[in-house]
Design a binder for this molecule. Structure first.
Ligand code: HEC
Ligand code: HEC
Length: 291
């Protein structure tokens, strides 16, 4: 009896070591660790501690930004359809109604001042090419802070995971599995435009939660250069909460059976435990006659 328990303990220990020790170790060797994104964005030239005035910011945003960007929630519709804005800028500019929530405030300020630098794609805009959004570094720092304050004041408090994805990623990426029939989850920018602008077609993200995994996405979205040096994908500048929502959306679309799987796991373990008890009792009864 004691001997059998000892054998059982050894088997259990070996199984646990394989499961929790070897597999994650192999994983970490195959996918070297990339440090987590810095959600304080302390390295960007952002607000520099200034507090903005939303009323002053409203005037600045509605005179400078709505020529390209819609702010539908405030009554500024898209001026051009997606095909025309893509033809004009290379990519359809995102609606700014949620920018104050999606993006970290310092990142947002840095992006308004210098979009290519803040999103770490300066390497693409050389030899006379310039970023389609003009930088506003010529404005006073206080005016930049005012615009950020205005964008924050109009942003919704709650957004669904899908809404965050739409405003942050859909101008470039399709996620067709989300809505195969109606095709509403195709990228806003037509393929040929975004391909010309980015140098390659951004991949459809329907399956990336499976092919790349949670941890990879978590470090990729806010620092793509660390994973793919020289990549065309801009740093997006999301807050931790918004990034979690985007990843949750990719999970809803690409791995809808996850919840079911997680529910099944414990049930299967209970089944195994009960089965083990019966197997043990059966074995004891057989051997009793032999001894
Ligand atoms: C001439 C057109 C134009 C004007 C004017 C313009 N933008 Fe943009 N903006 C763009 C385009 C195009 C993009 C998408 C660029 C990309 O994804 O590479 C963009 C992207 C953005 C983003 C997304 C940032 C991110 O990390 O994804 C924000 C926020 C933004 N603009 C804010 C503003 C604000 C605020 C103003 C006014 C101060 C403004 N823009 C003025 C064209 C413009
Ligand atoms: C301005 C366009 C643009 C925006 C906005 C954008 N991406 Fe990308 N993304 C790209 C491009 C281009 C690539 C291809 C990069 C490459 O292969 O070098 C890419 C690649 C990716 C990849 C694949 C990385 C890999 O390992 O192959 C993922 C995942 C991704 N993007 C997620 C996102 C998410 C999530 C968002 C929104 C939060 C987003 N992207 C916003 C342009 C964009």
């Amino acid at each position: 009896m004691i001997r059998e328990l000892k054998i059982l303990a050894v088997v259990v220990a070996l199984t646990l070591i394989t499961y929790w020790g070897v597999e994650p170790y192999a994983h970490s060797q195959m996918h070297p660790h990339v440090a987590d994104a810095d959600y304080t964005f302390s390295d960007v030239d952002g607000l520099n501690g200034l507090k903005g005035d939303a009323t002053a910011g409203q005037v600045l945003v509605t005179t400078n930004c709505t020529a390209c960007h819609s702010i539908k929630s405030e009554g500024y519709p898209e001026i051009m359809d997606h095909a025309s804005s893509a033809a004009a800028y290379g990519v359809t500019p995102p609606d700014l109604g949620s920018a104050g929530k999606l993006y970290n405030a310092d990142y947002l300020a840095a992006y308004i001042k210098n979009p290519a630098k803040a999103s770490e794609v300066s390497h693409k805009f050389v030899d006379g090419r310039s970023h389609p959004m003009p930088g506003y570094a010529w404005m006073q720092e206080q005016e930049i802070a005012d615009m950020v304050a205005y964008l924050q004041s109009i942003a919704p408090e709650e957004m669904s995971n899908k809404e965050v994805y739409v405003d942050a990623c859909q101008r470039c990426h399709s996620i067709k599995y989300a809505d195969m029939q109606k095709g509403t989850m195709a990228a806003f920018t037509p393929d040929e435009n975004i391909k010309a602008y980015m140098g390659k077609l951004p991949p459809d993200l329907s399956q990336h939660i499976k092919s790349r995994g949670h941890a990879y996405l978590e470090t990729f979205i806010n620092q793509p250069q660390k994973h793919l040096e020289g990549t065309a994908m801009p740093k997006v500048g999301l807050t931790k909460d918004s990034q979690d929502q985007v990843i949750a959306y990719l999970e809803e679309v690409g791995d809808s059976s996850k919840a079911k799987r997680e529910e099944l796991g414990p049930k299967f373990l209970i089944y195994l435990a009960i089965f083990a008890v019966f197997a043990f009792l059966w074995k004891s009864s057989k051997w009793r006659d032999v001894h």
